[in-house]
Design a protein around this ligand. Structure first.
Ligand code: PLP
Length: 401
């Protein structure tokens, strides 16, 4: 049996059947290429779902991780460690926040935001505990984050969900105004929706949401798990609009491929999570924090925020050109290294077509193909991948017509 098949069979047999994985089993990565167990090389435009922002096996990141592994891998929260403290310093220096809580994933960071908001009002003896978030949002799979996620298909069979959550259409200010009341503790929004189909909110929406929250006394949380850490060409997506939340969650690209999540907040809010209220055994892990510090350093040294924008512009331009006159295309849109191809048809079948042509992409909403390339993807590699995407989409659209 070929190695891919043999390894895939092992996974089919012994892993939870949570994912739809193809038989190509990845064993190695280099820059924007992935290699399967039989040595086949793929162009990676999926970026591990918006995680591998420096590509795979970046030499600087790899050596920092190796060095930290030889120095100190874990202390838990019994002690400060130098890397977590330095990373908190680096993150807060780049945004509105004063303090950081480290955890291991996006869902955990969002759980922390929900707990923080409830505790903040509890301490003030104000009976606010409800959370308002958007339809088609994605905030993670743990029960609180899942309840905040405005997609019924993810809720099905897991009820009863957490009480006190409601959802409004994304970008609809009147609906939000109607939903936020004197019981609302938190408004939780992605400053640009990732899983919901790469959706950029209407101009002025985020500022209007900020004003609404201030007027009504609710806290505002931006979930930047997918769009933060330079993905959209600013360190944080909300910086495009100059609108500051009260808290922000990060994960995905934060560790450049190493698992780490974070909740950031202003001191006034963060200080309510005193000892005993919240914790994470692995949170602030020195290896993960060293990786994230190296990630930030590489992005700035190699001017990759600007490059992320450049990659986005080039991608959108090429896709628009390649897909012009395709009747099944709704729109190509995106910001920086997060680009969606919105189609009038389900796009999941495109994944296999692209993979057969050795190019890897992902699905966002059912009808939106999502590209999340590395910020440093070489243009010739990008162009070769985009050519495949254009051909596969054109062929599928022609066949469906
Ligand atoms: C991926 C994602 C999450 C969940 O992150 P996990 O690390 O999988 O828990 C939360 N919010 C957004 C916006 C995401 O894209």
């Amino acid at each position: 049996m070929l190695p891919n098949q043999k390894l895939a069979d092992m996974g089919q047999k012994h892993l939870f059947p949570t994912y739809r994985q193809p038989d190509a089993v990845m064993v190695r990565g280099e820059g924007s290429y992935l290699f399967d167990a039989e040595g086949t090389r793929y162009i990676d435009l999926s970026g591990g779902i918006a995680v591998n922002a420096l590509g795979h096996a970046h030499p600087k990141l790899a050596s920092v991780i190796a060095k930290q592994a030889h120095t100190l891998t874990h202390t838990s929260n019994l002690f400060f460690n130098d890397k977590a403290n330095a990373l908190a310093d680096a993150l807060t220096a780049r945004c509105f926040a004063d303090r950081v809580f480290f955890c291991n994933s996006g869902a955990e960071a969002n759980e922390t935001a929900i707990k923080l908001a409830r505790r903040y009002f509890y301490d003030k003896k104000i009976p606010r505990f409800e959370v308002v978030s958007a339809l088609n949002s994605f905030h993670g799979r743990t029960l609180g984050a899942l309840t905040a996620t405005g997609q019924p298909k993810y809720h099905q069979g897991f009820e009863p969900l957490v009480p006190g959550f409601s959802h409004v259409p994304y970008g609809d200010l009147a609906a939000l105004d109607a939903a936020v009341n004197e019981r609302t503790a938190l408004v939780m929004l992605e400053p640009m929706q990732g899983e919901g189909g790469v959706v950029i909110p209407p101009d002025g929406y985020l500022q209007a949401v900020r004003d609404l929250c201030d007027r009504k006394g609710a806290l505002l949380h931006f979930d930047e798990v997918q769009v933060g850490m330079g993905r959209t060409g600013q360190w944080f997506c909300h910086q495009h609009d100059g609108v500051e939340p009260d808290s922000m969650s990060l994960a995905k690209a934060l560790g450049g491929g190493i698992p780490i999540g974070a909740l950031l907040a202003k001191d006034e809010h963060a200080r309510v999570l005193v000892p005993g209220t919240h914790a994470s055994t692995f949170g602030g892990n020195p290896v993960a924090c060293a990786a994230a510090l190296a990630f930030i350093e590489v992005v700035e040294d190699e001017k990759l925020l600007a490059r992320s924008l450049e990659v986005g512009r080039r991608t959108i331009e090429r896709l628009k050109k390649g897909l012009q006159n395709v009747a099944a295309l709704n729109e190509v849109r995106g910001r920086g290294c997060l680009i969606g191809i919105d189609m009038k048809m389900p796009v999941r079948p495109f994944l296999q077509g692209c993979r057969e042509r050795k190019t890897l992409v992902t699905v966002s909403a059912d009808n939106v193909l999502r590209l999340a390339p590395a910020y440093n993807i070489p243009f010739d590699v990008l162009d070769a991948g985009l050519e495949v995407v254009v051909e596969v989409v054109r062929a599928a659209a022609a066949q469906a017509a």
